[in-house]
Design a protein around this ligand. Structure first.
Ligand code: MTE
Ligand code: MO
Length: 418
């Protein structure tokens, strides 16, 4: 019992995430179990048993999310609560840049399409959008560009997301391209930008909290939606009720919530959080801690290949006589995931998993594997996805960048085999 407490209790008093000292013997005592593949364990690695946090908090309509910030509200989903094939609304993360609109009225809601590269300016009520265009439903993965930021060193400012700023619900709405084509798009259009109904934290009238967008080719994809439903229900308020954009596979910051206006631009959209360091990374890799000039920063487009182990929960106990049925999801912003591999020996050997095909473009895929353990002790299970272009998740942090975006390092869980 004491040993269990050492492994699974909150250890932050005695250990800090960045300050852990390795030493296998001491480590085994703290973990309450032998680190079976300890000789392969990278020096300085913080055991996954200590790298987890769980402090439940309630946001209306949400369950089990970990709140990272309450002004504005930002909350992520613990990995084991993302176990469903289709993410339930109550477990879908929340990322706000400004002040959430109060009681938005779906009946009087309207969306305006305008901009220098729109052939005309047109306003649709929500009912008109629903009546005039064909409805589509897709399961689309949204991941915040800053998911995984917490691991960067030197640390990046902003919400310290670990692994939970991702989800893949079913979205229903109309195709953005159908609406844009009905309004008319000029030859010189290169980008679209969005404006939402949330306020800047300063409450300065007319100042947007965020106004991002995507190039025209992404806007014109079949799966790019103006959506009003998540899993067959109206969008939760925190996720953009009554109307939002959904661009699967791209940084979720492009998927404007509480959508009021779309501008069709003849240049790259220059709204709030399109410039400077926001949602941009150095065009060329830099050494950690380098200060990078704004003109050397490039806009993040498709998200990299990634995976998440959603069962068992990190910190679980498993019986050595039974095979462990592990499962999770994998996704990537472009093409699809080719396979996911898992390791129980700190990456010395890898076992291929069984991976499903995506239900549609930009839906995450599910993997499962049966694992056997040679003896009792402490293990970590690591998962590594490889996409159809042959790109793999790195086992350690990928390219450092000033704002801590695009961390797609392998996910790992702690396991005690008894
Ligand atoms: N209007 C508006 N849209 C927004 C944001 C916002 O603050 N305001 N945040 C963006 C960011 S950075 C992300 S990661 C996603 C998060 O979507 P979610 O809160 O539904 O999970 O919404 C995007 N769309
Ligand atoms: Mo984000």
């Amino acid at each position: 019992m004491e040993a269990d407490k050492a492994v699974f209790g909150r250890t932050s008093d005695t250990l800090t995430r960045r300050g852990f000292l390795s030493g296998l013997k001491g480590l085994s005592i703290l973990l309450g179990a032998e680190v079976v593949y300890g000789r392969f364990m990278p020096a300085g690695l913080i055991p996954a048993a200590f790298a987890q946090s769980d402090s439940p908090f309630t946001i209306e309509g949400k369950e089990g999310l970990v709140v990272l910030n309450d002004r504005p509200v930002n909350a992520e989903t613990p990995a084991h609560l993302l176990d469903d094939a289709v993410t339930p609304a109550k477990h879908f993360f929340v990322r706000n840049n400004g002040i959430v609109p109060q009681n938005p009225n779906a009946n009087s809601w309207s969306l305006t399409i305008e901009g220098e590269s729109a052939k005309q300016s047109r306003t649709f009520t929500l009912d008109e959008l629903k009546a005039e265009f064909t409805h589509y439903t897709y399961q689309l993965t949204l991941e915040c560009g800053g998911n995984g930021r917490a691991e960067f060193s030197p640390a990046a400012t902003g919400n310290q997301w670990t692994t939970g700023a991702v989800g893949c619900p079913r979205w229903t709405g109309v195709r953005l391209k159908d609406v844009l084509q009905a309004v008319g798009v000029k030859e010189d259009a290169v980008y679209i930008g969005y404006y939402g109904d949330d306020q800047h934290l300063s409450r300065t009238p007319g100042k947007a909290a965020i106004s991002r967008g995507v190039p025209i080719h992404k806007a014109m994809e079949d799966e790019s939606l103006i959506a009003w439903e998540m899993n067959g229900e109206p969008l939760p308020l925190m996720n953009g009720y009554p109307l939002r954009l959904v661009f699967g596979g791209w940084p979720a910051s492009t998927s404007g919530k509480w959508l009021k206006k779309i501008v069709v631009r003849n240049k790259v959209h220059d709204g709030a959080k399109m410039l400077g360091k926001a949602y941009r990374v150095p065009c060329k890799p830099v050494a950690p801690g380098t200060s990078v000039a704004d003109e050397d920063m490039c806009i993040i487009e498709a998200m990299p290949v990634k995976s998440l182990i959603t069962f068992p929960q990190s910190g679980s106990t498993h019986n050595v006589s039974e095979p462990l049925k592990l499962r999770g999801h994998a996704w990537c912003g472009e093409s699809a995931v080719d396979n996911v591999y898992v390791s129980i020996d700190f990456g010395q050997t890898w076992q291929a998993t069984t991976l499903t095909a995506p239900v549609n473009k930009h839906a995450w895929q599910h993997f499962d594997a049966k694992l056997r353990f040679p003896q009792q002790g402490y293990y970590e299970v690591w998962a590594k996805a490889v996409d159809k272009q042959g790109k793999s998740q790195p086992m350690v942090l990928p390219g450092w960048n000033p704002k801590g975006y695009l961390n797609n390092a392998c996910h790992r869980i702690a396991l005690k085999v008894v």
